[in-house]
Design a protein around this ligand. Structure first.
Ligand SMILES: [Zn+2]
Length: 296
């Protein structure tokens, strides 16, 4: 009997220390993450980390701000939007995340008040602890405007009289940027880097769902459509070798060493990096490690 009781107390203790009640909106110990991208296939950029969240029982919602109806050389409009919607559902299912597509036209996303309010409503409805988006500086206007819209929703999600129909959040979430290579007006400055080697195949699975992009539009746009292999397995490997197979860890050696220790850091090949926005909650490194619970 005594050993049962000890086991119970140990279990309770583990529950208490493994949860993140002071940081999370919900008190069930599970984090709620929402990722905004401009197009169906953009939230995939952080798919490895999202797969890790889901694996631990946390809740992930991916959102495309546009319906992708301009992303093809032959198709367009409703049929393309519908095709790409189905591709998002495949990608979400690959890691066990929800995937929502907003019905804004591709290539025409504007940082309007109406769109800002949609973003605010999404963040609130999801009761997000962590909100991820591109930075507002990027080559593509839809990416840029997605960054602006999410940035302008930060703080506003806590104001009751804004979008009064959706209950406001009592805690401002942390707002996080995905990595990029743009340097104007300032380069990406990572605060946390997550090793995703064990999730790499799942991330490739997500991209592989986007047939209209990976094997049609993007190769067409890059003038390499004739290089796309025929069979499903061959084209998956071709796409993966072009996009994913090369290590990207060396860009973050210092931070990886700090987070994982020197020995482990040396073995890491594939990572996803994140920068904390100045406009949401400002976590300490220890809090950040609780919100990205992948570092022992
Ligand atoms: Zn995009």
């Amino acid at each position: 009997m005594k050993s049962v009781r000890i086991a119970f107390y140990l279990f309770a203790l583990i529950l208490v220390f493994s949860s993140v009640p002071s940081l999370a909106q919900d008190d069930d110990g599970k984090l709620r993450i929402i990722v905004f991208g401009a197009h169906p296939d953009d939230p995939e950029k952080v798919g490895g980390t999202m797969a890790k969240f889901v694996e631990q029982g946390h809740k992930v919602r991916l959102i495309s701000m546009t319906n992708g109806n301009a992303g093809h050389q032959e198709m367009g409009g409703g049929p393309l939007a519908w095709r790409r919607y189905k591709e998002t559902q495949c990608a979400g299912a690959a890691i066990g995340a929800e995937y929502i597509v907003m019905d804004n036209d591709d290539g025409k996303l504007m940082p309007t008040l109406e769109n800002r309010e949609k973003v605010i409503a999404q963040i609130r409805e999801w009761k997000a602890d962590v909100v991820i988006s591109p930075r507002p500086n990027d080559y593509h206007p839809d990416h840029r405007n997605t960054g602006l819209l999410v940035r302008d929703a930060a703080y506003m999600v806590t104001v009751p009289n804004i979008v009064a129909s959706v209950p406001h959040l009592r805690k401002n979430p942390i707002f996080i940027y995905m990595s990029d290579r743009f340097t104007q007006p300032s380069p990406f400055d990572p605060d946390i880097v997550v090793a995703i080697d064990e999730m790499l195949e799942k991330k490739i699975d997500m991209y592989h769902c986007h047939t209209s992009q990976m094997y049609e539009w993007l190769p067409y746009n890059a003038n390499i459509l004739d290089q796309v292999p025929e069979s499903d397995a061959d084209r998956r490997e071709w796409m993966a070798s072009r996009r994913m197979r090369r290590s990207n860890a060396e860009r973050y050696t210092e931070l990886l060493t700090e987070l994982y220790g020197e020995e482990k850091a040396k073995s890491i090949q594939h990572v996803e990096a994140f920068e904390v926005s100045e406009y949401g909650s400002q976590p300490s490194l220890e809090e950040l490690k609780k919100l990205f619970p992948f570092f022992n």
